[in-house]
Design a binder for this molecule. Structure first.
Ligand code: IYT
Ligand code: CU
Ligand code: CU
Length: 329
């Protein structure tokens, strides 16, 4: 059916830097409808730990609108290629998610708009395989325009995954901050979330990604720490217009995040719609996401993978029971 990530597989190539390269590419697909999301998996050899140290895109914005790489416990389908993704349910009934429904799922990489290769910081890797819940890696490609496929030509967009088998002591993780909630008609709304880091770990943030649909104006993420006087000091981790390419960008402040700190994120949404907008998968709906990519040293990544709040109208940073103060504008 499909390729397995097994070291020394014929598909793998040495990169000359002590790491190997696995091609996670579409198997020459020919998308037949616009706005199609296609997924293809690789099964990770579950007897070995692999450390992903970089991603080299094999795509151009003329063909692929964006690509995401997911770590999954199970793939969303047993097929070598399937229709997947956010908007696909609008067009097709036989679509599935990138990862299986009850499977641990996380974003490992995001590409858009001719973004260059991403190397993780020196000595940092995502551990996948044996001792981890990530048993499959799934590539999702968004094909927005399909004119070039009308003549039957095919496409192998995807990502070369650089990995090493040499155990690394700096392990990468991704924390997803987001909200539920509703955006009232014709209004400016703040969707906010915050969580305390209660695990006894120090995390080193290095990249972030924002995601909304069309109503997002700005998405920001902060570390919140009580100073000696008990005043909350807000340190910006990242802030951007979510309608710019939704890939991972370098963190604004890489100071460590420690036990007792809070992580907080806010999406400012502007609706000129005459109806309520809910959280959901299609372009008629919205999402509010801030992804934080970090590493831990001589430790496992956080058990906390998500930090979701109820969002508006029930949850705001300023609510008394949330306990945050000195809130930035
Ligand atoms: C409801 C919502 O906010 N969905 C987001 C975040 C999300 C990502 C993953 C939720 C879960 C996940 O397992 I991975 I549960 C969402 O779907 N975001 C989209 C992607 O489809 C990942 C994005 O582009 O960030
Ligand atoms: Cu896209
Ligand atoms: Cu979305």
């Amino acid at each position: 059916t499909y390729d397995d990530l097994v070291d020394n597989d014929l598909n793998n190539h040495q990169t000359g830097e002590g790491s190997s390269r696995f091609p996670l590419l579409m198997p020459q697909v020919s998308p037949n409808m616009p706005e199609l999301y296609l997924c293809t998996p690789v099964k990770v050899d579950y007897t070995t730990n692999y450390y992903i140290v970089g991603y080299a895109p094999n795509a151009t914005m003329n063909t692929a609108h964006h690509m995401l790489v997911y770590g999954c416990g199970e793939p969303g389908s047993a097929k070598p290629v399937w229709n997947c993704g956010e908007m696909s349910k609008k067009y097709s009934t036989d679509s599935a998610s990138p990862c299986g429904v009850h499977s641990h799922s996380q974003i490992l990489y995001a590409w858009a708009r001719d973004a260059p290769k991403l190397d993780l910081p020196d000595g940092v890797g995502f551990k996948v395989g044996r001792d981890t819940p990530i048993k499959y890696i799934v590539l999702q490609v968004h094909y927005a325009h399909i004119d070039k496929f009308k003549d039957g030509s095919t496409d192998d967009s995807g990502v070369f995954i650089d990995y090493t088998l040499r155990p690394l002591n700096k392990l990468a993780g991704v924390l997803l901050l987001g909200t539920a909630g509703v955006i009232p008609p014709n209004s400016l709304e703040h969707m906010e979330t915050a969580c305390e880091i209660s695990e006894n770990k120090t995390i080193h943030p290095f990249a972030y990604r924002t995601h909304t649909h069309s109503l997002g104006k700005v998405v920001s993420g902060y570390r919140v720490r009580s100073d000696d006087h008990g005043i909350h000091q807000w340190t910006l981790l990242g802030k951007r217009d979510p309608l710019t390419p939704q890939m991972f960008y370098p963190i604004e402040n890489s100071d460590p995040i420690m036990t007792g700190d809070y992580l907080a994120a806010r999406c400012t949404m502007l609706s000129h719609r005459n109806r309520v907008t809910q959280i959901g998968a299609t372009n008629e709906d919205e999402m509010c996401n801030f992804y934080l990519m970090y590493y831990v040293e001589n430790d496992e990544p956080l058990n906390m993978k998500y930090c979701f709040s109820q969002g508006p109208p029930n949850y705001y940073w300023g609510n008394p029971d949330v306990g945050l103060h000195n809130i930035p504008n």
